[in-house]
Write a protein that binds this ligand. Structure first.
Ligand code: MG
Length: 163
């Protein structure tokens, strides 16, 4: 891609929450009685971020590149997915410059884990804390997320050309 200006991507992910699955968010395991149902580990933060990077590159979505029909992706550590998307950006001449996240989850409380989640994202995308924002909120008891039956994440990512 011979493009010299920043590109922005939008990502979204939602997973059903069920008992007996580990809850992993941005690669950080949380102590909780439910976790996301999914072919992979169901890490909605890494999935939304990966989707946003692919969107910024105009390279489709996470389902096109990491099919849930592929046995190789079964229970995959979603950090590997994010790393591959980061590498696709680099191969196209871009790096992640800044990101913003909305995590929508009724429980558990995210605030005590926010810093470790940001550090985890920063390690993978080579970002400083000031370049990342993670806002967690509940769904005010409304709908599936409000009943604790699902969790979701929105991501916006800005890519800049590698100098
Ligand atoms: Mg997902």
């Amino acid at each position: 891609m011979d493009i010299k200006w920043p590109r922005t991507g939008l990502g979204f992910d939602i997973h059903r929450l069920v008992e007996g699955r580990p809850l992993i968010l941005a690669g950080v395991p949380l102590d909780f009685d439910k976790g996301p149902l999914g072919h992979s580990d169901g890490d909605v933060i890494f999935h939304a971020l990966s989707d946003a990077i692919l969107g910024a590159l105009g390279l489709g979505d996470i389902g096109m590149h990491f099919s849930d029909k592929d046995p190789a992706n079964k229970d995959i550590d979603s950090r590997l997915i994010l790393e591959k998307c980061r590498d696709m950006a680099r191969d196209n001449g871009f790096r992640v410059h800044q990101l913003d996240l909305n995590l929508i989850i009724e429980a558990p409380r995210i605030a005590p884990h926010r810093d470790s989640m940001l550090a985890s994202i920063g390690r993978t995308l080579d970002l400083e804390t000031g370049d990342m924002s993670l806002k967690a909120r509940t769904h005010e008891g409304l709908g599936e997320i409000g009943r604790g039956e699902a969790l979701a994440c929105q991501a916006v990512v800005t890519l800049v050309p590698i100098a």
